[in-house]
Design a protein. Structure first.
Length: 339
């Protein structure tokens, strides 16, 4: 039956009817808030940022996001927990960097201390740690370099595994490798199991693309490569079949959850990766995606609340079970206040 018997508008006529047939929901329990923690107390302008207080430093390219000292980090995590947000994801800014990124696996490294502090103050809030070397290496690449300055895949695996175990030991609830080395999920799984952490799940950044949308993050985390780019390890944005293959390999290696990153221009892959793996899928709504919305909203070009909730809904509709987003706190608050 078609028009005039069929009228699609019948079920759109009121808020009640629209709610009755709504296919997709978003709630705070599906959101993950990324946080940046600094080892040195941010005391004044550093890099592009402006100090807003002794323990919080604004990130110029990501309005509303700050680099946090340990104590400010716990405050921020507490606010997230009170809003019902499921998890925080930690990125560390160490005081010192070296060629191998050894700060990444130190027992008293910045992320390890941060994890302990949050788990002690807020045992129920999940802590996910980003496992990568780029914030800790002097050259800013995600692994160790060979003499020809390319990233040495196999030599990096052990360092990533060591880093993941140090996070688990500090109390991380999930570890999330973002380096894009081949074989890292297996290396991390083996090391976790061998060191007494068989229950720690791995959220693999499986389909992570070499994307221009990471620009603001690299500013925030001080992790831009000193030379070259990441196209030798992160994926080509043109490749969809390859993304599914990456995700399936991570499943074979023992991933518990897989991720597609960035999110907004990659909805097709959120859907395909979900279908192919049958694992829970996380979408990472990255820094550049956040910055675009913030800039447009600040200019008065977009309604921020409506835009953010539409974006999050669309990622859920594409198939994301979990969304990692810098909008998490705002979104969680908006979701409890009906329009
Ligand atoms: C570290 C890492 C990056 C992001 C998450 N983990 C940067 C990169 O790969 O260059 C990007 C997150 C964002 O843009 O919000 N490898």
């Amino acid at each position: 039956m078609a028009f005039p018997q069929t009228r699609m508008r019948r079920l759109r006529a009121s808020a009640g009817l629209r709610g009755l047939v709504r296919e997709t929901d978003v709630n705070a329990g599906q959101l993950v808030l990324p946080l940046f923690v600094t080892e040195t107390e941010p005391t004044g302008a550093r890099g592009e940022g402006q100090a807003s207080s002794s323990s919080r430093q604004q990130i110029a390219t990501m309005p509303g996001v700050e680099r946090l000292s340990l104590s400010a980090l716990v405050e921020e995590a507490r606010e997230a927990a009170e809003l019902g947000i499921a998890a925080v994801m930690l990125f560390g800014l160490p005081a010192e960097k070296d060629e191998h990124g050894s700060g990444a696996w130190e027992e008293a490294g910045v992320v390890q201390l941060a994890t302990r502090a949050i788990k002690q103050a807020l045992p129920e809030l999940l802590v996910i740690t980003d496992v990568c070397l780029c914030e800790y290496t002097s050259h800013g690449h995600c692994g160790v370099l060979r003499e020809d300055e390319t990233v040495d895949n196999d030599a990096t695996l052990e360092l990533l595994a060591r880093t993941a175990v140090s996070h688990a030991r500090a109390g991380a609830d999930l570890v999330a490798p973002s380096d894009m080395m081949d074989g890292r999920v297996r290396a991390i799984r083996e090391e976790l199991d061998g060191e007494g952490f068989p229950q720690t799940p791995i959220l693999a950044y499986s389909a992570k693309f070499a994307s221009a949308f990471y620009g603001p993050f690299r500013e925030a985390a001080d992790s831009a490569p000193a030379f070259g780019d990441r196209r030798g390890y992160q994926m080509d944005p043109a490749n969809g079949r390859e993304a599914v293959r990456e995700a399936l390999l991570d499943v074979q290696e023992g991933a518990d959850m897989v991720m597609v990153k960035p999110a907004l221009a990659y909805g097709d892959l959120i859907r395909e990766v979900k279908r192919a793996t049958r694992l829970p899928v996380a979408a990472y709504n990255v820094s550049g995606e956040y910055a675009m919305v913030k800039a447009a909203a600040a200019a008065g070009y977009l309604d921020e609340r409506a835009t953010v909730l539409e974006i999050l809904t669309s990622l859920r509709r594409a198939g994301a079970d979990t969304i990692i987003t810098y909008h998490a706190k705002d979104a969680a608050a908006w979701l409890t206040q009906p329009t």
